[in-house]
Design a protein around this ligand. Sequence first.
Ligand SMILES: Cc1cc2nc3c(=O)[nH]c(=O)nc-3n(C[C@H](O)[C@H](O)[C@H](O)COP(=O)(O)O)c2cc1C
Length: 348
Amino acid sequence: MNDSPMNKREKACQTFAELSKRGCDFLGSEVAILGGAMSWVSERNLVSAISNAGGFGVIACGAMTPERLEEEIIATQALTDRPFGVNLITMHPKLDQLVDVCIAQNVSHIVLAGGVPTGATIRQVRDGGARAIGFAPALALGKRLVKLGIEALIIEGSEAGGHVGPVSLNVLAQEILPYIKDVPVFVAGGLGRGDAILSYMEMGAAGAQLGTLFAASAESIAHPNFKAAFKRANARDAAVSVQLDERFPVIPVRGLINTASRHFMQHQADTLEKFRKGEIEREAAQLEIEHFWAGALRKAVIEGDVENGSMMAGQSVGMVREIRPVAETITMLVEQAIEALEERESRS
Ligand SMILES: Cc1cc2nc3c(=O)[nH]c(=O)nc-3n(C[C@H](O)[C@H](O)[C@H](O)COP(=O)(O)O)c2cc1C
């Protein structure tokens, strides 16, 4: 007996709800989609917009002081009654105090980013009553984090915007999703369509984290120039920073190619030349290379200097074609997933 179109739609919605259940239950959201924390971008307006639209917003603490973070959490709570998280960078010198601030303000979820968190930090989060989320750049590290007590993992492929690892989401998903079942695993990096998110959920992912698409949202405080550059860009324009010499490490960051990213190559070459000639010590040369990007993300996001700032963006930037409200983006992603399931029902 053939199903009516309505039955197919209902079945597709039900299947998607079942696939989303674990992620939604863990996050306390309607949709298992996190807004990935983005320094300067993921503040009260965008975070509350994502949570209010049924997703799960995450504040980017970045280099904020504990006092600044507390202010941002309180301001976000004034804009939404729904749960949201805070992303803390593990090498922040005041990490313990930042965790305490989150706990005192009843933040439900803390994402520990920028390195492998210690068991002590994970315990501090959990003992305080918040849920601890970490990043798994490889299966062994994911398993270690689970043993240390992490309650959910994000696997972020090299397609993502910002600081990236070397492995694509396609490969990380195959390496990790079949083997980590004890905690929910969210996928990130290069995602811009609901049917793609669905395919990872069918492999076992609990949901997805997106950054670039949300950075270009109507509610994002990113400068109009920043959003316009996202709208114009193609996937190939979001490239990873290149390291010129293995003695001088460069943290790989994916962003739009611009004047600054081109100057960075020259800056490295000039610094290496000074080092070669003995005009500068090795440590000083490393610092000169690292300092190149200081303040550069703010310059692009807040000041709108898209040529001289850091234009962190994922390869998903090629799927930004309009500046839309967050709710429209989330509805679009859910609809694409459900349509893909409906089409499958039609084929069967
Ligand atoms: C502008 C920008 C800034 C980011 N800043 C951070 C950050 O401060 N901390 C972090 O853990 N991830 C950061 N990310 C990564 C995002 O949280 C998210 O995982 C990533 O954007 C997902 O890939 P996508 O951009 O292709 O959706 C940043 C990404 C972008 C685009």
